[in-house]
Design a protein around this ligand. Structure first.
Ligand SMILES: [Zn+2]
Length: 405
């Protein structure tokens, strides 16, 4: 019975995702909002439609295959069969078990990643990855995910075994610390995958430095990241607690005008001024607390793991169960956290607009959307549920209104 309920929950999750895709589909044929009509010309718009169809079909196929394989693993209790294959001590068994499943999911993802990068993204001119970078990325990604999940998982197991239900509290603290650690060292992690060089002196560097001085943002350095070895898409970010490190993709530096890039950072400094990161972080902590309490509940009901063939509670499989049942809670959390995030985006945009960067920001946003072949007309329900940023049309309208105040 427990098993059937969990399998139904997993199937419902996939159906729900499918419905969202269909909802978005129903909006594709609607006319574009007036203020974003000029983003795509006719040729580019047709390209967008084709790109969308290709990625959609492929991701539906990927989801179906992954879901089918996952269901087979679950129905035939493969997890517990693999776990019981090894007769070493429990600790070693867990390490082997985690490594095997991480390897399995990595291998399973390779054909999909390959097709997505070297067939679809390449066809539309996004992909710049060489086979060598592709293989290195997979190996590095695999090692990092094994090391991090072993750390997290063994830590959780030790805390639960040593302290019983009080372990829930310690686990919550440990996971929050772990998250802060990952956030603080995000640049270090990125450096495993990318090369960062200091932005050379010139109009852009001077402009950004002036902007930082104007808003009292202390900077450590301004870097250019070699994103172009993988993609033609562009991005930029700003990290650090006291002194900020600014990072710009080379695609941005090479293809966007200085005033557009400056406007993007005026928006970023708007986030910093209103302390948006600090104001939204408690929400992700709340999510962690709810998930770990649920994990505690799963670990207190051995029948759940036993329904899938385990002799007793299995700490690793409990995480799998957690992901199968927690999706409605996650969806509700996404709904609220995306709502807060969109509100903050409007605030940061309004800040940039009031400081006189409005039109340049609009120009930058339009170019970014065009270059990424973004969906300019997503379904409002999908926006509410999944969009951390308002749509391009909504942002342009809000920026124009903010300027008038
Ligand atoms: Zn933003």
């Amino acid at each position: 019975m427990i098993k059937i309920l969990l399998l139904i929950s997993y199937i419902l999750e996939n159906i729900f995702d499918f419905v969202l895709v269909k909802l978005n589909d129903s909006y594709v044929k609607k006319p574009l909002p007036e203020n974003v009509k000029d983003v795509y010309d006719e040729e580019k718009y047709n390209k967008w439609i084709n790109y969308r169809n290709d990625t959609k079909k492929f991701s539906a196929f990927e989801t179906a295959v992954t879901a089918a394989i996952t269901l087979v693993l679950l129905i035939f209790n493969i997890h517990s069969k693999v776990f019981n294959l090894f007769g070493y001590n429990r600790f070693v068994n867990y390490i082997i078990f985690i490594a095997i499943f991480a390897l399995f999911s990595t291998i399973l993802s390779i054909p999909f990643e390959y097709y997505s990068n070297f067939v679809i993204e390449k066809k539309y001119g996004f992909n710049k990855t060489s086979i060598k970078t592709f293989i290195l990325d997979i190996i590095k990604g695999f090692l990092i995910s094994v090391i991090l999940s072993l750390l997290l998982f063994l830590g959780v197991m030790l805390l639960f075994e040593k302290f019983g239900n009080l372990g829930i509290l310690f686990t919550i603290i440990a996971v929050i610390v772990f998250n802060i650690f990952i956030a603080l060292f995000s640049l270090t992690f990125l450096k495993i995958f990318n090369k960062f060089t200091s932005l050379e002196d010139g109009e852009l560097r001077q402009g950004l430095t002036l902007l930082c001085e104007k808003y009292n943002v202390k900077i450590k350095d301004i870097y250019v990241m070699d994103a172009s070895k993988r993609t033609t898409r562009a991005n930029a970010f700003c990290t650090g607690l006291v002194k900020k490190t600014i990072s710009l993709d080379d695609n941005l530096v090479n293809n966007y005008s200085t005033d557009k890039i400056i406007a993007v950072f005026a928006h970023e400094f708007g986030h910093a001024k209103y302390k948006h990161t600090l104001r939204s972080v408690w929400f992700s902590f709340l999510r962690i607390i709810i998930l770990i309490v649920s994990l505690g509940v799963i670990l207190n009901i051995p029948e759940i793991c036993q329904a899938f063939g385990f002799d007793d509670v299995n700490y690793y499989f409990a995480f799998t169960v957690l992901t199968m049942i927690s999706w409605p809670v996650s969806r509700v959390f996404d709904l609220f956290s995306n709502m807060i995030s969109r509100k903050f985006e409007y605030q940061a945009d309004a800040f940039a607009a009031k400081e006189g960067y409005g039109e340049s920001l609009i120009g930058a946003l339009k170019q970014l959307s065009k270059d990424a072949l973004s969906n300019l007309n997503p379904h409002p329900f999908v926006v509410k549920l999944e969009y951390s940023h308002p749509t391009l049309s909504q942002r342009i309208e809000a920026i124009r209104n903010a300027k008038k105040d």
